[in-house]
Design a protein around this ligand. Structure first.
Ligand code: GLN
Length: 201
């Protein structure tokens, strides 16, 4: 079983640990650089990207994270995690930094405020069995993608139809929504398969 860490500084860490376990990974929380060194891949959870960024720097995790990602460690970010992985952020908080491994521009809080949180069924490239029920909570969307970024999913209908909400660039996966908050484990299984494939290369 691949050993997959969940960045455990802030956010919905437990939900990702449970989902990864269900999806066939050995899931462990990562708070320190020595813990990061033991994992094959990392999930960055939903939460608050500005807080996670500050804590990662305070815990001495920022440079080790950048180094592992630069070396090709597979990563999956949901919501705030997507923001953390992005190269460019619109409406970033003052002083907010990101890890910058995904060649995308994200807009923070793009769908509106907490009261504008919503659910939608998103068809996802590479995922069999129909659309995935997706929960959006003060979610970002992707405004621009670089040439190496594959768009995996868009909002299918309604006011926000066409907005990009799931992307992949090589071993890095990101969603604007929270697959860890629903019972459907297909996206976590997809990521665990990505990690296993990378390990075989
Ligand atoms: N709005 C949050 C941020 O900017 C993300 C919200 C979430 O992860 N549910 O980081």
């Amino acid at each position: 079983r691949p050993r997959v860490g969940v960045l455990a500084l802030q956010g919905d860490v437990r939900e990702h640990l449970a989902a990864l376990g269900d999806a066939g990974a050995d899931a462990v929380p990562v708070r320190r650089a020595d813990e990061l060194a033991t994992v094959d891949a990392l999930v960055i959870p939903g939460g608050e990207s500005t807080t996670m960024d500050k804590l990662a720097r305070a815990f001495g995790l920022w440079e080790p994270l950048r180094a592992r990602l630069a070396a090709g460690m597979p990563a999956f970010g949901s919501c705030a995690g997507m923001i953390m992985l992005a190269a460019r952020v619109v409406d970033a908080a003052p002083g907010q930094e990101t890890l910058g491994v995904l060649d995308i521009t994200v807009r923070r809080n793009a769908f509106g405020r907490q009261v504008d949180s919503f659910e939608a069924d998103i068809p996802l490239t590479g995922l069999d069995g129909g659309p995935l029920r997706a929960v959006f909570i003060r979610a970002p969307w992707v405004e621009e993608t670089g040439p190496d970024v594959e768009v995996l999913g868009r909002v299918p209908s309604g006011r926000h139809a066409g907005r990009i909400v799931a992307v992949r660039q090589g071993a890095v996966l990101a969603t604007a929504f929270h697959p860890e908050l629903t019972a459907d484990r297909r996206l976590h299984a997809f990521f665990v398969a990505m990690v296993a494939a990378q390990a075989r290369v």
